[in-house]
Design a protein around this ligand. Sequence first.
Ligand SMILES: [Zn+2]
Length: 880
Amino acid sequence: MATTENKTSFQRLPCLVTPINYHIRLAPDFKKFTFEGSQSIDLKVNESTAEIVLNSDKLTIENGADQCNVKLPNDNKTINIKEIKYNVEEETATLILAEKLVPGMNAILNLEFSGELDKNLTGFYKSRYIGPDGKERFSAVTQFEPTYARKAFPCWDEPAHKATFDITLVVPVSDNDDKMVALSNMSVKEENRDSQKRRVVKFDRTPIMSTYLVAFVIGEYDYIETRSKHGVLVRVYTPLQKSEQGRFALDVAARSLDFYTDYFQIPFPLSKLDLIAISDFSAGAMENWGLVTYREVCLLVDPSHTSTSRKQSISLTVAHELAHQWFGNLVTMEWWTHLWLNEGFAMFMEYLCVDHLFPDFMIWKQFVSDTFLSAMNLDSLANSHPIEIPVGHPSEVEEIFDDISYNKGACINRMLYHYIGDENFRKGMKLYLSRHSYKNTQTEDLWNALEEASQKPVRRMMTTWTKQKGYPVVTVNCQGSNRLELTQEKFNSDGQLSDADKTMLWAVPVQVITAKDVQKPQAEILLEKRVETLELGSLIDLQKEWIKLNPFAMATYRVQYQQEDLFIRLLEEGIGQQKLDPADRLNLINDLYSMTLAGRKSSDVLFQAIGSFRNECEYSVWTVMNVILSKYNQLLYGYDFHPKFVEFGTKLITQKVFGEIGWDPKPSEPHLKTLLRPLLINRLVTFEYPEVMKKCHEAFDDHVAKRKSIPADLRSAVYRAMSSQITDEIWEKIMKLHDEAELQEEQMRIQSALGSVKKPEFIERVLKFAISDKVRSQDTIFVVASVACNPSGRRTAWEFFISNYELFKSRYDVGFLGNALIKSLIENFQTEEMAHQIEDFFRVNPNKGWDRSIQQSIETVRLNAALMARDTEKLAKFFQ
Ligand SMILES: [Zn+2]
């Protein structure tokens, strides 16, 4: 296994010569799937040199003197390029010049080059779609973050090398080329035809920006448009004849732009903003300045086929990418080490914005059950990493687009936001964004601005959260009737502390609520030392009453209550009688769950506590309960008491909450109830609850016979129910629905539901389907993952991966898709033997881009094994 000791050696580009402006002209060919390019780059010569080193990957640079040279316009002179040396591993090209350049020279580098339209959805790549006539067509689109601009044109492809761009696109001649749109970051400046009758589209010059934010698209799209309150022209581009599906996103985009403009008090720097749905797209979306690209499922809404949760997630994604227009695009991290400055902030801001646009979503409650918990879980592993992490080679950069940069980043921002307050936060943001506009920053620059604005020790506090991996558990020890002794130590999911761990300390903003007032903290302290005491005064009698730390799960730490009787009171009154806010209820149970995984508590105690949620009807709390039930369903599958566990889980859901929520949506019910219904039904489908299975069958039959369509919110559950009881006949019906579905969301829903099949011959069939032409490469991962997350398919999915290893590696060797695949394939196993086997496999078949995910997943397998060794007997006893 690769470890930090044998990292690939890596050096950033030398700065002897740097770019000021790029004139780029690109002409794709949709028959050969290639492109030709030419560019002139205005250079700044910083030191004397006869070598220019820049990034270039999989491009062929012409080296004839006519196409490739350095011009010195002031001297009316041309310097030839003697030789071009490529370094494939470093993704660079070194141009050896015939003469030295010296500082102060006005130099222009001219290059001609060619490349292939990429198949792996990076750089300048082709995207396939079916036109309204049913025929296959292609568009050419880009994905440059983090390090793929160099696959489209030779450039200084590092975020700190900002420059301006004059982009020209040449539309290939075809029978429909006049209907094609050519888009880039800026508005069209002029358009004419070249000698080959091709359309040549020139765009306005961009502001100073990083290469990874450059974008272009050539293809057939329809659009709808509006103007934001502040006058920015906003368009949503969709597949042909689907422009109405962009309506929801258009509204969210225009309103988000206004929200951020008002919040940051800095206008959107461009005159237009396009959002476009791309049929082949690897990530969820990409914030290219002025031309934001999305997966179709992350942008398009069809009123009769789009689920409520999908719509909510589209609003978050749109708000996320638009936050980047300031946070990331206007002000950019100096190097990928500070990636979290982009992602942690965009993720925090997306919630702030959506909470403003859609108050009924109660989105902050969902923040705790989604973002907060996944960050905390990942960050307790030994193979986690600090938010600020040294990275070099592109494969390492790709790996840190993970839950630490995004989710933990967002969590510590939320903690800071509440620590300094909204007004100071706004002031600090404005200061930071205006001070560093069109420039690059490091994490400290942000802390300085927020510290200036708030006059609080932001820098000292936040450094403990970004430079160290992990987070603390605070142990609460009651002393007498009103004093707390607080002790912090690192929380590790294996319950062990290394010597280095033992020295770690965080600045933890600890707040305490009491039974008397669960909304307003009664005491607080910034816990910076190992142990501190906190006086609660005459407010409370700890012998009789209860308290809770970390109200609303505002801060990123866990709590362990030393006194058993206090904890029991907390459970009985806080949860059983629902005296606590939902965020606190879910925070309590999740802390207990993590303590259980770490061996600080045992599983029977956890399930005893879960029993006290019998009256629970809150969506966010059920999200966490669902995570716990799902984990134990994986772990206990195959044990003779597994059916008893299923019975326990079913009863927990059916005794109250399911009765209240029911199968049918109620008119104008609250948003969170609408989200809770599919969550419960999906869980009951997994548990094969007969009443629900019957309903699913009926709904499916009606849907297929076109008598009554299944509400979009319930389709996933129904398709999963049918898959779990699959026959050839059902398979045919499901496939027909899949092939006829026009919306990618519906296709993906069916594909993932197929992962619930149980019969071995069908498991094989689903896995083969996953890599067939019927499933887009970007979606294959989710089909395989759904099989791997099904206890009956886990083993087969792993074996399938091994036997198709080269295929998976060639498609997903770097990037988020491959890493997601690795995790889902591995982390549900639970034996030391399996951990060994997986380790052995990757020792012989390594892939650098997955290293961290492999290590994290194997660690999880070992944690599962340890948990089962500790708790199996106790669980057996509990469920018997
Ligand atoms: Zn982002």
